[in-house]
Unconditional design. Structure first.
Length: 175
């Protein structure tokens, strides 16, 4: 994206932008989203980010419906993830221009590193068989509701410990 295109993101919508929306209500909702929330503190530190986040949270709770804010934040996260993926290659190229000891920007140290290694054991028959046995065992243990003895081995089977995750709000952004 060119600088002028980036600057246009912050301008009022054009006639062409307005035509992209099916009705005026959607356009009005889009206009009210403030880009002020995307501004970072001048000095970026974990403490400053936490303080800024706390302040932003208070502003949101004082001025906006929390569900609406949550949905907008999730949409922004999705959008920023897309942007991050699109600029990653260029950012790595730019980062590699810095000497290893001088890799600091905005007071933040950075480095270019290989991603984590992963292993694919699908070519090992023994591993695949063990994995299958584990899945079968897990299915067996999930199916019982009380402690019972295995008919073949006499082993006492115990119901697995169930851990529930905290509640979440799932959002579904239309195409």
């Amino acid at each position: 994206m060119k600088n002028e295109d980036l600057n246009n993101l912050f301008n009022e919508p054009t006639e062409q932008d307005i035509a992209m929306f099916k009705d005026a209500q959607n356009m009005e909702e889009c206009k009210e989203i403030s880009l002020d929330a995307l501004r970072l503190p001048v000095k970026i530190t974990k403490g400053n980010l936490a303080s800024y986040a706390h302040s932003l949270k208070n502003d949101i709770l004082d001025n906006i419906n929390p569900l609406e804010a949550y949905i907008r934040i999730k949409a922004l996260q999705d959008m920023l993830g897309i942007v991050e993926n699109h600029i990653k290659t260029e950012a790595i190229t730019e980062a590699e221009k810095y000497e290893k000891l001088d890799r600091i920007k905005f007071g933040i140290k950075f480095s270019v590193e290989s991603g984590r290694r992963t292993f694919d054991f699908s070519n090992d028959a023994k591993h695949c068989e063990l994995k299958k046995q584990i899945k079968e065992r897990e299915a067996l243990l999930k199916a019982i509701t009380t402690e019972v003895a295995d008919a073949d081995t006499g082993e006492l089977l115990q119901f697995p410990i169930v851990k529930n995750s905290p509640e979440i709000i799932k959002i579904f952004i239309p195409e």
